[in-house]
Design a protein around this ligand. Structure first.
Ligand code: NDP
Length: 247
């Protein structure tokens, strides 16, 4: 990896689309050398070429992939744990263990695995920042949300414990909780049903990936004595998980 010694390095997981891609672009514009990780390497390579960053294949649910990814990162100041998502909206009574397992693995164990592996380098940087992407679902249970609620609530617990454990170390820990943002999120949630995914945003104005990325960049560019603890960002048309103004 050819990085000028003066450029701080930021790692963004799940950077092949949506919030992760927008964050990678904005961090690069803010002066970071950005290492973009996800499973779809073709997309990552295109993004990395555009922002002067580095593309590395990464499956956050696979410890060997996380180890290989982390070994290729020479140093790191900022880690954005963004890889994640939801599958399905089944009620608890009809939940599939497999969809819950997928959500737990990517959102929770994925965040743990990457964080744990990069933590020594974040501490060694002298000015580490970890940003976990939670959700309104990390705060508010909603009908059909149990599996995703459970996973994102677990991310919140992980964020809060890590912040306590990093007290006194040069690592700040932030969680950004977005409400509805139009990305590939709903397409994944509805297993590729694009029409159903689009209907989620019928008659309302959702957040864009860029809106959320701006908050992430704000958090990681505060001076070292300031920690943005948590931030909830909602579209104006959404006041609670399932309370949405539609025209
Ligand atoms: P997208 O589906 O557009 O992006 C998800 C990203 O995660 C993709 O880059 C995908 O890349 C990556 N990813 C998925 N699984 C893995 C894996 N096993 N290993 C590595 N990367 C993986 O959705 P968003 O941008 O919206 O989602 C980003 C984060 O924001 C998620 O944590 C999501 O839960 C959260 N969020 C989203 C909201 C929304 O309304 N959009 C609201 C609240 C939170 P690839 O498939 O190439 O691996």
């Amino acid at each position: 990896m050819n990085v000028p010694p003066t450029s701080p390095i930021a790692v963004v997981t799940g950077a092949s689309s949506g919030i992760g891609e927008a964050t990678a672009r904005q961090l690069a514009a803010a002066g970071f050398h950005v290492v973009v990780g996800a499973r779809r390497l073709d997309r990552l390579e295109r993004i990395a070429a555009e922002i002067g960053g580095t593309a590395l294949e990464l499956d956050v649910t696979d410890p060997e992939s996380v180890a290989a990814f982390s070994a290729a990162v020479p140093r790191v100041e900022v880690l954005v744990n963004n890889a994640g998502g939801a599958l399905g909206v089944e009620p608890v009574a009809e939940s599939e263990l497999e969809t819950w397992r997928w959500m737990y693995e990517v959102n929770v164990l994925g965040t743990l695995s990457v964080t744990k592996t990069l933590l020594p380098a974040l501490i060694a940087s002298g000015n580490g920042r970890v940003v976990n992407i939670g959700s309104i679902a990390a705060r508010e249970p909603y009908r059909g949300g149990a599996g995703y609620n459970a996973a994102k609530h677990a991310v919140s617990a992980l964020t809060r414990v890590l912040r306590i454990e990093m007290m006194g170390e040069p690592v700040r820990v932030t969680q950004i909780d977005p409400g509805m943002a139009e990305t590939e999120f709903s397409v994944i949630r509805f297993s590729g049903d694009a029409a159903r995914a689009a209907s989620v945003y019928d008659g309302m104005v959702p957040l864009t990936a860029e809106d959320v990325a701006e908050a992430i960049v704000f958090a990681v560019t505060r001076p070292p004595h300031v920690n943005i603890d948590t931030m909830l960002i909602m579209p104006t048309d959404q006041v609670a998980a399932q309370v949405i103004h539609r025209r």
